[in-house]
Design a protein. Structure first.
Lengths: 136, 136
DNA sequence: CAGAATCCAAGGGGATACTG
DNA sequence: CAGTATCCCCTTGGATTCTG
């Protein structure tokens, strides 16, 4: 501890170091990815079958072009999907999941299983809590 | 399809329905929880041992009081942790993980394992991608 | 000690318009 | 078809101040 630092300064420094630690943590980085709504949806869709851009955007009804493109770029960059351009007119772009991406789907399935097994328990707890603490 | 709807209107409706579907999906709801940075950190910390509020805030260096309190309330509400108040002066509040919370930690460990096994592969793919597409 | 309440800045993401 | 570029809103969360 540097005695010339104020308490606020040393707190800020601790926070910075902690943020750096978190940014470097593998499971945190993965969770940040999975937390992205569209990442899991696109990956799951491509887990079923290869798709073109337009097919994906139809399949995942709620997504905007901006988000779909951004998501696909991230997935491609991370080696989780491949992007294949066929230079016809008009161009055709096909997306497919990779082995790495497919292995990640097993993690997603783990999450899914816990959710399907326990989320109504959570739901019940939540209702009980709200009941006890006043709904309004 | 209602013919009196514009294309924009029917798109908006489709999106609403999709959002509703997502909001109801158990695994999406769980993922939304886990995606919250502090949820997993607090749960992991309490997985090691029970802690008081101040212990948690010290243990998890980067968190603000607002976020810590909010996170603990959510976890308590969902039945993942318990909150015990000892009416001394000053008051003492202890937090502990529940069985449900502990079972959720197994899911988190699954995520952690995949991350530790595959994240440098992802990192390499990413570097290769950036190399191929121009770093700047 | 363990919060609650308020204020406010930053950025994530939707809507829209345009392009090869 | 498969994107890119821009504007802009609205939520998220940190800092600060106050309390039982």
């Amino acid at each position: 501890m540097n005695p010339t630092m104020t308490a606020a300064q040393s707190r800020a420094q601790a926070k910075q170091e902690y943020d750096a630690y978190l940014a470097a943590c593998p499971s945190r980085r993965l969770l940040d990815r999975l937390s992205d709504k569209w990442i899991t949806l696109v990956l799951s869709a491509l887990g079923e079958q290869d798709m073109r851009y337009s097919e994906l955007s139809r399949r995942i009804a709620g997504v905007s072009q901006k988000m779909l493109t951004q998501t696909l770029r991230q997935l491609e960059r991370d080696g989780l999907v491949t992007r294949t351009v066929t230079p016809s007119v008009p161009v055709q772009v096909d997306y497919a999941i990779t082995g790495l991406g497919r292995s990640l789907l097993t993690v997603v399935h783990g999450i899914k299983e816990w959710a399907e097994e326990h989320m109504d328990e959570v739901e019940r707890r939540r209702a009980a809590f709200d009941e006890a603490h006043g709904t309004g």
